[in-house]
Design a protein around this ligand. Sequence first.
Ligand code: UDP
Ligand code: MG
Length: 320
Amino acid sequence: MNVHPVLYIVVPCYNEQDALPQSHDRLMKIVDEMIANGGISQDSKLLYVDDGSRDDTWKIVDRFAKESSRVAGVRLACNSGHQNALVAGLAAAVERCDITVSIDADLQDDINVIPQMVERYKDGCDIVFGVRRERKTDSWFKRTTAAMFYKMMNRLGVDTIDNHADYRLMSRRAVLALLDYKERNLFIRGIVTQLGYKTDCVYYDRSARIAGESKYPLRKMMNFAIDGITSFSVKPVRLVFTVGVVFLVIALIMLIYVLTAYFMGRAVTGWPSLILSVWLVGAFILIGLGIIGEYVGKIYTEVKNRPRYNIDLTVGFDNE
Ligand code: UDP
Ligand code: MG
């Protein structure tokens, strides 16, 4: 393990001209401090990823990079979304550094825990999650919808860390492993918990956005949630099958009911056959859909082409 690891702080930015100057000063300060007290290498950098901003974000990044050798920038040709911007940044960083820390440009996440994250890395962790202790500064709406989202994800069997967004340290090999997930619908925080490397958490209080407004309107938030669920879970499909079975049971109960009514002479002509077909056909359609869904689910996992395993250590090979 390198005692002075090269750290790249990856910052996705979308229309962040208001927040960037202030965020930049604070990030530079913490990187300089960490270099000065020997925590990280001289070659560490801030890496801004401009996610196709329509304002002056890139001009600002460009200026920072010309002012200081500690700054690098990547500009995406069009707005590709937070998760993709993050991957672009990590991919650009991974060949040049030992560790990456990803953080939002509005610095709602406390950058003062970055040194703690680096300490955990030196203790042997490959991934260190930044976890929010409380979210007083987020709106009530954002807090409750987020809580519901995490709960639902866990119910559906997607392993996510509660109150962890995309503020995390990743070692080089963890980033390389993440980049092996070739799927288009990327939900990074669901994947990193699957990598299997040693992880740890550091805790902080979340503060308000430095400047500008949230780049995650409700529409983007909903899309994000739906992507998260559907790219990790085939449970919704299983649910269709279960509902089909429930319908079948109801059809059987109806059968008994209809027969009793019929033999007691209480049934209107035509009603028994009609009502029975409604339930039976409904049940068979749903069960059929469930079975097809199961195969579609299998195809889906195949085309995602995820890596099947991830090696932690090897021993006894000649070239070590
Ligand atoms: N972001 C991005 N592309 C997008 C939307 C957002 O790169 O299409 C970035 C944004 O600049 C910020 C981060 O993603 O650095 C998180 O966005 P924001 O802080 O607006 O989200 P919130 O904290 O409100 O969930
Ligand atoms: Mg934010």
